[in-house]
Design a protein around this ligand. Structure first.
Ligand code: AHR
Length: 527
């Protein structure tokens, strides 16, 4: 009787066929398994500086006003004017450094406008960003006090484009001098006795563009001039950052390294994942699979770009005395319909989360040279951590990546070995199906695996050199994924993209076996 098992022989035949089928399935799944090898024996003390997880806050749209700051009289719960919900969410991220006040705004900013009694502060037009009225109620004190509340380093972006060396020199003195000079006394009169500690000082921003439309030769000379007068006061040591290239402008790096390589602490490149600089950049939430892969291709193309800048720096500075910073990076889509085009307010989906994860994975690899990265921007602008609307707040998928990855801050980088297939080809090069990174802090090893593929889960065997025997109870994991790549978190609705515990793994003698679902990021902690 076909199809029914009626006697022993039939039973044997059935078992035989069943065994064959099982072997076949096992064979298929084995051959499809990707091995990710954590080369812990090769870790050589290279630290992932916590500043790779830096943030950027500009006077742009509602990043400052309504995002970080609502003022003391607001009905929105606040601490001395800072939004409490945002403050608490940022504390969770352990923000190591915050860049301010721009961006393009920095080269239009005159710091004296933002000190003293708020009612007397200058009102200006924010000409870079929609001509919005800027009342300067958030200025130097408000920013530096915020950094203290967040326990993060301030990164001041100085005005070179429309300012003077004297203006920047006095700003540094105002912030950091403990003397009784007129400028330092002015700070005291404005309520701050002790100077702040300010380490990071940007000498201009995008000097090739909104920061003055300069040539690298001209900028190099200005850099010499500005750095001469920005001084170290009473033990504060400034770390001076040159305005660097726009993504692949290697000539900028070459000329600056040649002319002022011995005068700077770092040079800062900007790299955005953006479909085009002319015309529509595409919707943040409504995109096709093809557009997703195109964006990912552009995101991972940061790696060859970084490699080329580093190669130039290596030529002039083989001892790595000058750091490379990526002090603006992230996705740049069309603004949300109905919002001011000059305010760069965009939603944030699972696509942004994957861009964030693969970018951080890449930065980790180059921390011999890359010492800071600042995603653009912290609240309500471009690839934000947080979105706010009136008294509501949303944590974006990108926020969750930063939260899951914070374990890598100041951890020892561990190289990982894996081969990955190419799932698409974008105009900027191939898109891998997988990305991974690992680091170690004390006895704890953290591994992150991102499945970039939109359709296929990936069987992974995670192995290591000599982490010792890993027992099941020593391994825990979280996953960030969603039903659709276009999913985002919206005001007043349950979050669609948020991390969850991940238990679908098996610890064997060979390593950790897991199935990484399509378009997901898995964070694994091995103790
Ligand atoms: O982050 C938005 C803008 O992008 C910055 O102000 C500028 O530096 C860059 O062009």
């Amino acid at each position: 009787m076909h199809g029914t098992i009626t006697n022993d022989n039939d039973m044997k035949n059935y078992r035989h066929i069943f065994a064959l089928a099982l072997a076949l399935i096992a064979g298929i799944s084995l051959s499809a398994q990707t091995r990710i090898h954590v080369k812990d024996a090769e870790a050589n003390g290279q630290i992932i500086p916590k500043e790779i997880y830096g943030q950027f806050s500009e006077h742009l749209g509602s990043c400052i006003y309504g995002g970080l700051w609502v003022g003391k009289d607001s009905s929105i719960p606040n601490k001395d004017g800072y939004r409490l919900d945002v403050l608490n969410a940022l504390k969770e991220l352990q923000v190591p450094v915050m860049r301010w006040p721009g961006g393009c705004f920095a080269d239009d900013y005159h710091w004296m406008d933002g000190i003293g009694p708020v009612s007397k502060r200058a009102k200006i037009s924010n000409n870079n960003w929609g001509g919005t009225l800027e009342d300067n109620s958030f200025g130097t004190h408000e920013f530096l006090n915020l950094c203290e509340l967040l326990d993060c380093e301030p990164y001041i972006s100085g005005n070179v484009g429309s300012g003077t060396p004297e203006e920047l020199a006095k700003w540094v003195e105002y912030m950091t001098s403990s003397s009784h000079s007129t400028v330092a006394e002015m700070r005291r009169e404005n309520g701050r006795d002790e100077p702040w500690k300010v380490k990071f000082l940007g000498i201009g921003n995008e000097a090739w563009g909104c920061g003055g439309n300069m040539t690298p030769e001209y900028y190099s000379n200005l850099f010499r001039r500005y750095t001469t007068y920005t001084r170290d006061y009473n033990g504060n040591r400034l770390y001076k950052i040159a305005s660097g290239a726009s993504d692949t402008d290697y000539n900028w790096t070459e000329v600056c390294m040649q002319n002022i390589g011995d005068k700077m602490d770092a040079i800062a490149v900007h790299y955005y994942t953006c479909m085009t600089w002319t015309g529509s950049k595409g919707s943040a939430t409504n995109f096709t699979d093809q557009e997703y892969y195109r964006a990912l291709g552009r995101a991972v193309a940061i790696e060859p770009c970084i490699q080329k800048h580093i190669a130039i720096m290596d030529k002039y500075d083989p001892e790595c005395k000058v750091d490379l910073l990526v002090d603006e990076w992230g996705t740049w889509w069309d603004v949300e319909p109905g919002t001011d085009p000059g305010h760069l307010f965009q939603q944030n989906t699972m696509r942004d989360a994957i861009v964030a994860a693969v970018s951080l994975d890449i930065f980790h690899k180059y921390t011999r040279r890359i010492k800071m990265a600042n995603i653009a921007q912290v609240v309500n602008v471009l690839q934000s951590m947080i979105l706010t609307r009136d008294d509501q707040m949303v944590l974006t998928p990108t926020y969750h990546v930063f939260e899951m990855y914070k374990v890598h801050q100041d951890a020892e980088f561990i190289p990982v070995d894996y081969s990955t297939s190419e799932i698409a080809n974008s105009d900027k090069g191939p898109v891998p199906s997988l990305s991974a990174t690992a680091s170690r802090k004390g006895d704890v090893v953290n591994v992150d695996i991102t499945n970039i593929d939109l359709k296929n889960d990936q069987e992974v065997l995670l192995t290591w050199d000599d982490l010792g025997k890993v027992r099941k109870r020593d391994v825990s994991a979280r996953i960030l994924t969603s039903k659709k790549i276009t999913d985002c978190n919206e005001f007043g609705k349950k979050a669609k993209v948020a991390p969850e515990a991940f238990k679908d793994f098996k610890v064997t003698d060979d390593g950790i076996e897991l199935k990484v679902p399509a378009m997901s990021i898995i964070a694994i902690e091995i103790k």
